[in-house]
Design a protein around this ligand. Structure first.
Ligand code: CP3
Length: 333
């Protein structure tokens, strides 16, 4: 996985799945029963076991730390919860300059359980790489400003355009938090990192460049190139070149853009990750097999390709289909 991310030819095309740890696995549901999501994320033994479950079951080529993008925000004292079936919910949404006072800088001491979980995982995983991650400033800001998940991002866009200085100061603080959160994971032994800007596809390119890119760049350039950096968003076909240029080594591609187009749009200079539609895992096997084969073919035009979904595993996915996809990718060489 790391070889592919660096644009070198690995022995075989690597594969892992966003949200591979989670509700699609009965062993996850069993382990999580009775423990709240954020509590689980702060318990290194649980994090370690949940992170390892999909590696054991599917034989994927990478583990991703079991955590959440709002974990560092909770750690610095933001009053928020993760509500099952909804996502992160913030008790008092951010709207004024005074709200910045509720967002102190993140220090490694705020997240000792992350250091502990990553260290224990790196020891357990042996040669399998561990991917660390963080939410990107825009996606984190969207949860803080909207107070929860949003389809329209209306309050976020209103702040961005109505008070650009406040927006910029908020994102600069979130960039510090994201960079530190990634650095903690790198320092504890993570082999790669992924910056999730899941909802930034809601923006036109000009707004991305003006209001978001400088902050995401600060995160990616801030962590440096000690480990490969994956930059991912959903619905970001129009932003791929800019997201790649923001300091990424690998560009995450959702399922709306073909890998051929993604490679062309990023000038053939970046490794790509993706782009199987998670909903397609519910289709007959022949359909999945044909699409995976096509994705691997198209991925050969990039300097490196990591097979993944175009977004996270859907909760009611049949996990045996995921294992079959891994076997197929490995058999295709
Ligand atoms: O396996 C993995 O990918 C690692 C774990 C992981 C989780 N969240 C666990 C989780 C990762 C990488 C994330 C990142 C995350 N969290 C993102 C970026 C990735 C993406 O999907 O775009 C976002 C936007 C969030 C915010 C968030 N947290 C959402 C939208 C949800 C789902 C809400 C729901 O219940 O449908 C969460 C909760 C969450 N994060 C769960 C898991 C396993 C579900 C918790 C549960 O089991 O109830």
């Amino acid at each position: 996985m790391v070889q592919a991310a660096r644009g070198r030819a690995p022995r075989h095309t690597p594969v892992w799945f966003m949200r591979q740890a989670g509700r699609s696995l009965p062993e996850y549901r069993e382990l999580r029963a009775g423990t709240n999501m954020l509590e689980s994320c702060a318990t290194p033994e649980l994090v370690t076991e949940i992170t390892l479950q999909p590696v054991r079951r599917h034989n994927v080529d990478a583990a991703i730390l079991f955590s959440d993008i709002v974990v560092p925000l909770k750690a610095i004292g933001v009053d928020l919860d993760i509500v099952a079936g909804t996502g992160p919910v913030v008790a008092e949404p951010f709207s004024t300059r005074a709200d910045l006072d509720r967002l102190p800088e993140l220090a490694p001491e705020h997240v000792p359980y992350i250091t502990e979980a990553v260290s224990s995982l790196v020891a357990e995983l042996g040669p399998t790489p561990l991917i660390g991650f963080s939410g990107a400033p825009f996606t984190l800001a969207s949860y803080l400003v909207e107070g929860g998940p949003s389809k329209t991002h209306q309050r976020t866009k209103a702040m961005m355009h109505g008070d650009p200085q406040l927006w910029s100061d908020l994102c600069a603080r979130l960039a510090q938090i994201a960079q530190t959160f990634l650095q903690v994971q790198i320092d504890a032994g993570a082999s790669a990192v992924q910056l999730f800007d899941s909802w930034v596809g809601a923006l036109p390119r000009a707004d991305y460049l003006r209001f978001v890119e400088p902050h995401s760049r600060a995160v990616l350039e801030g962590v440096g190139d000690a480990v490969p950096r994956i930059h991912f968003g959903v619905g970001t076909g129009e932003l791929l070149a800019d997201m790649a240029d923001a300091g990424a080594d690998v560009i995450g591609v959702d399922f709306r853009v073909s890998l051929t187009d993604a490679v062309q749009r990023t000038g053939g200079r970046f490794a790509v990750q993706g782009n199987l539609d998670p909903a397609l895992l519910f289709a007959p096997w022949q359909v999945i097999e044909a699409r995976v084969t096509q994705i691997i073919e198209e991925g050969r035009s990039a300097p490196g390709h990591i097979v993944n979904l175009g977004h996270g595993v859907l909760p009611d996915t049949d996990p045996t289909v995921l294992t079959r996809v891994v076997d197929l990718v490995h058999s295709l060489g």
